[in-house]
Write a protein that binds this ligand. Structure first.
Ligand code: 0L1
Ligand code: MG
Length: 265
């Protein structure tokens, strides 16, 4: 995948996204100024963002698959999935507090997280290879926070914004993949004791391991592999639910237990 953007344009767009992320300020989608921005350009900006964060001392801990369900693609008006990176700075403990003051308009998604035992390299990676290379899976919450005003974006813009990645929380019970049918796991998302979303894991490209294989194959197009030890968010099973200070959120997964988090100012 190769971008046709000039280096100075990549840097300019990256600085705009980084400023929005670090100051929690909404910005217009990047295609307002660069209408011809392509998916490859979006990944070029995302790679520059990753380079900068790692140079600032953040540690790459894994990756996320995004826009992996038909419902989510329809909701956001895009037609293919995306990937983003995860650093240690985005991780939050189970039952911990997440400050909304440094986020623009957070939303929560329920996901199955994979922890990889072996490195995986595309192209041609399959769900079977993902399952064979997985150490264990666990339930997780992703807090997404598009930096684009009104959550209005297109695929190149959201990729440049690292797939709206903001925070993630792993919890519940770690399970071996051969102990479970990962296609049929039910999940219920509660906010302040009320059920606000529910779904089944097949919503994620038919099987969450398919989303991880997709991620590995996109990484290959970027000249990268999925390292052993990576933490991988496989994509939202439920719709994304908006949260505000004072909200308590718990996701209850069949077979995997629950994971919770609360939101503060
Ligand atoms: O993780 C996701 O599926 C979200 C991807 C970005 C779209 C959004 O911000 O809703
Ligand atoms: Mg997600």
């Amino acid at each position: 995948m190769s971008s046709t953007l000039q280096r100075e344009d990549i840097v300019r767009l990256c600085e705009r996204v980084e400023g929005a992320q670090t100051r929690a300020r909404a910005i217009p989608k990047l295609t307002d100024e660069y209408p011809a921005l392509s998916v490859a350009d979006g990944y070029a900006v995302q790679s520059e963002l990753r380079r900068r964060y790692l140079a600032q001392g953040q540690r790459l801990v894994g990756w996320k698959a995004g826009l992996t369900s038909k419902a989510k693609m329809r909701q956001m008006g895009v037609d293919v999935p995306s990937i983003g990176f995860l650093t240690d700075r985005m991780a939050r403990p189970e039952n911990g507090a997440i400050s909304t003051g440094d986020l623009v308009h957070p939303r929560v998604e329920c996901e199955v997280a994979f922890v990889m035992r072996d490195e995986l390299r595309g192209p041609g990676c399959t769900a079977q290879q993902v399952l064979a290379a997985t150490d264990y899976v666990l339930p997780a919450l992703e807090i997404i926070d598009s930096r684009f005003a009104g959550f209005k974006f297109d695929l190149p813009s959201v990729i440049a914004d690292n797939g709206s990645s903001a925070r993630f929380v792993g919890g519940g019970r770690a399970r071996l993949v051969d102990e479970l049918d990962l296609r049929t796991l039910g999940v219920v998302l509660e906010k302040n004791g009320e059920i606000v979303a529910l779904g089944a894991s097949a919503a994620v490209l038919g099987h969450p391991a398919e989303a991880v294989a997709m991620l590995v194959n996109i990484l290959a197009e970027l000249g990268e592999s999925l390292a052993a030890g990576s933490f991988v968010m496989s994509g939202g099973i439920t719709e994304a639910v908006a949260v505000a200070p004072g909200d308590n959120v718990v996701a209850r997964f069949q077979e995997l237990g629950s994971v919770s988090v609360r939101f503060t100012e």
